[in-house]
Design a protein around this ligand. Structure first.
Ligand code: MGD
Ligand code: MGD
Ligand code: SF4
Ligand code: MO
Length: 705
């Protein structure tokens, strides 16, 4: 191969929240190397095994590159051209609205939307243009409690306190496994090095997790905790801090006395009974956090996907606030991004329970309904029933509770369209799939994860490859579907609204970023970013931004939101756990990405990791052999899967990864051959947090031979 044809380009990995910016080697139009970029001020040369696999997605023969139409009668698919595909989707969306009203459209937005600039700028535009109440997303199987509490306490759903991992001396973690996940709601590429640095400077990391995870193993301390019981432990920590006179609040905060009386019931002794964590340990750790020079509490998926996820997130925020660690170096701080989606109001501050879902009366948050209600909204007849579905980069059949029944419900729709790059468990139901360009063929500026960074940085990454002549970017698809659908409505919006939508949807994402940067206060412009492709460093997170940064109307912080206080009564009524009950939790693997990446050779070689993990004592008491195929049964479903005994599990707790169960897949032949079952055939849409987030963890199950 001639040397002239080899180039190096900076790309961006869109697979997880760490947003690494690797250097790609390109030879004759193909990616032949992916390595970290040491000049990147955020990712500092880091990449993980998945980052290398972005080359595989780019070249993947399974990836869809042209629109696909399904013949329902024969369940076969053929490629069609773009004008025909857009027209088919728009005609069906418009026909549904014309005949049954806007709410007959259901929309589900999956995780990769947040990782694509075009989805952020134009996908949201399409959703707004369709104006259906039946909008759902992966938020309600993920971080909804974080967003709700940020809204209630700080006045904006995305004003999230980010751990100052590079300066903290005490890192207290509930239900997160950043060694595998690379961090979440804390954009922290290079977590392993940052943790080593933390330990080297004498810092201490404590992990509460029902599994001794990859992270637990490298932390200074790990404590097993019974799934679903973190609320008691967190509240007991607050209880101790009040009892010892170590809890205080800044002058701009209201409600400290209400918090004190609310946590009075939740003693360390009660927490020990519920969680299995010794009261003395709870007490010690609370005091250590309070007295550390810059300590921070942090909770993630393992405490967000709980029946009391909002209480947990409230308590995590309070631990930081009352110990003086919010808005303070080494604690939890707010970012100052170059495009401030929070301060400029680019993303709304949020609201909660302004309306409810039709069938079960579940509350909306920021305009979205809990995805646990999606299946029943499709299959329950009556006015407002969903008849046509649009999924945008999502695989809810594998990623949301009771996926097996959602799988059936999708087949009963009048029409379904998907904007997705693969034919998978969800998109196989679509009458039309519209595949956008991949991550290496589009410009990227990360509006969301630069807002959650552990450092203030900005980076713009131009497309590494030009798109094929016949390919479309996601923003172009969203624009075309929105405009074509509006054009076919019987009741069109006013001419002014139509012109506004057209003008907004016609600006490219990159133009928009240029305009937004120019409006920002950091001095970072698109021109400067183009001149510094590794990114611009704006420094460590800054303390003392409060109360100015608060987005509440009166710039005061709300310590005791009524919604959470009321939920403490529900918490106080929970019974002690039954003896011998098995509780199911999830897990993430370094080489997986939710339901994706199981068709790449590079990440699936080696020993399969889909098994049901159990503590060795649990199969033994049930006369089950290690390696045997067992039946796992929950209230909603059953799966058959192999057991792997490991003393990394807490006794009484079993674990399956999510995003498996590709046997029902008709598209990716390689993925369909990957063993494993979907944990979400067992998770229960009736188990919910007060926010509406699914309680995916701690599902009661039985395991038999
Ligand atoms: N039991 C259990 N369930 C869980 C979780 C758990 O911990 N336990 N985790 C939850 C969490 S945190 C999340 S975020 C959700 C994820 O839930 P989803 O977002 O529904 O699932 P993903 O597997 O991320 O699906 C991504 C989809 O986007 C497509 N895609 C990938 N890249 C692109 C792209 O560039 N453009 C377009 N248009 N499409 C693309 C993929 O083909 C796939 O169909 O799962 C949740 N489900
Ligand atoms: N490799 C990889 N990286 C990813 C993803 C991926 O699929 N693969 N997904 C990305 C996405 S969408 C997200 S949202 C983030 C999530 O990022 P993390 O939250 O760090 O992800 P998890 O690995 O699911 O960690 C959750 C932990 O909670 C524990 N847990 C379960 N139940 C409980 C409980 O009741 N209490 C406590 N204390 N712990 C509990 C689990 O054992 C697990 O170790 O990861 C992102 N990064
Ligand atoms: S850590 Fe995340 S962003 Fe970085 S290379 Fe791995 S998957 Fe990509
Ligand atoms: Mo997620």
């Amino acid at each position: 191969m001639s040397a002239e044809k080899t180039t190096q380009k900076i790309g961006v990995c869109n697979l997880c929240e760490a947003i690494c910016g690797p250097v790609l080697t390109i030879e004759d139009g193909a990616v032949t190397g992916v390595k970290g970029n040491p000049d990147d001020p955020l990712s500092r040369g880091h990449i993980c095994p998945k980052g290398v696999a972005i080359a595989d997605i780019h070249a993947d023969p399974d990836r869809l590159r042209r629109p696909v139409r399904r013949n329902r009668a024969t369940d076969t698919r053929s490629e069609i051209d773009w004008p025909e595909a857009i027209d088919l989707v728009a005609s069906n969306l418009a026909a549904t609205i014309n005949e049954h009203g806007r709410d007959a459209i259901g929309i589900y937005l999956g995780n990769p939307n947040v990782h694509s600039l075009g989805s952020m700028t134009h996908g949201i535009g399409l959703v707004k243009a369709l104006r259906t109440k039946n909008t759902f997303s992966a938020t309600s199987v993920d971080q909804l409690p974080h967003q709700l509490l940020a809204h209630l306490m700080f006045g904006h759903q995305l004003l999230l306190p980010i751990p100052d991992i590079d300066r903290t001396s005490y890192f207290l973690v509930f239900g997160a496994n950043p060694m595998a996940s690379n961090g979440s709601l804390m954009t922290v590429p290079d977590f392993p090095t940052r943790l080593r640095e933390l330990k080297r400077r004498g810092g201490h990391m404590v992990v509460f997790d029902p599994r001794r995870t990859e992270t637990a193993k490298v932390a200074n301390e790990h404590h097993f905790i019974r799934p679903g019981t973190d609320a008691w432990v967190l509240l007991a920590m607050l209880n101790i801090l009040f009892a010892d006179g170590l809890a205080a609040a800044p002058s701009y905060a209201d409600g400290l006395a209400d918090v004190e009386s609310a946590v009075a019931h939740f003693t360390p002794a009660l927490a020990e009974q519920m969680s299995g964590v010794p009261a003395a340990e709870i007490e010690r750790i609370a005091l250590e956090l309070a007295t550390a020079e810059g300590g921070v509490a942090y909770g993630r998926i393992g405490v967000s996907t709980h029946e009391f996820g909002s209480v947990c997130q409230w308590a995590v925020n309070l631990l930081n606030i009352v110990t003086g660690n919010l808005d303070s170096v080494g604690g939890a701080m707010f970012t100052s991004p170059a495009i401030d989606v929070v301060g400029t109001g680019l993303i709304g501050r949020g609201h909660h329970n302004a309306r409810q879902s039709r069938v079960r009366g579940l509350p909306e948050t920021a305009g979205e309904l809990p995805v646990s209600a999606l299946r029943e909204e499709i299959s329950t007849p009556g006015p407002g029933q969903i008849r046509t579905m649009l999924t945008l980069s999502g695989n809810p059949v594998l990623s949301t509770p009771d996926g097996a029944r959602l799988d059936e419900a999708l087949e009963g729709l009048d029409f379904m369209a998907a904007v997705d790059i693969y034919l998978n468990e969800t998109t196989r139901h679509a009458d039309v799939i519209l595949p956008p360009t991949g991550a290496l063929e589009r410009d990227h500026y990360d509006l969301i994860f630069q807002t959650f960074g552990v450092r203030n940085t900005a980076r713009f990454t131009p497309a590494v490859f030009e798109k094929d002549a016949g390919a479309r970017h996601d923003w172009q698809i969203y624009r075309d579907v929105a405009l074509a659908t509006i054009g076919k409505l019987h009741q069109k919006p006013s001419l002014r609204t139509q012109l506004r939508i057209r003008a907004r949807m016609s600006l490219s994402p990159t133009r928009l970023i240029g305009l937004l940067l120019a409006r920002g206060r950091t001095g970072v412009t698109l021109r400067k970013l183009r001149a510094n492709p590794s990114g611009i460093d704006m420094g460590a997170l800054r303390p003392d931004l409060l109360p100015g940064r608060l987005q509440t109307r009166d710039h005061r912080m709300v310590l005791a939101p009524a919604l959470v206080l009321a939920d403490l009564e529900r918490l106080a009524k929970v019974d002690l756990p039954a003896d011998g009950e098995l509780l199911l939790i999830g897990r993430r693997h370094k080489q997986d990405n939710n339901s994706r990446m199981h068709n790449t050779e590079r990440l699936t070689r080696g020993k399969a990791g889909h098994q049901l993990f159990m503590h060795p004592s649990d199969p033994a008491t049930r006369s089950l052999e290690d390696g045997a195929v067992v039946t796992v049964t929950s209230r909603v479903g059953k799966v058959r899967v192999e057991v792997a005994a490991t003393d990394d599990m807490m006794p009484g707790v079993v674990s399956l990864p999510h995003g498996y169960g590709h046997a029902r897949n008709t598209g990716m032949t390689k993925a369909a051959g990957v063993p494993g079952v979907s944990i979400n055939d067992l998770t229960d849409p009736e188990r919910l947090d007060v926010s509406g987030n699914a309680a995916l963890t701690g599902v009661p199950v039985t395991v038999s031979g």
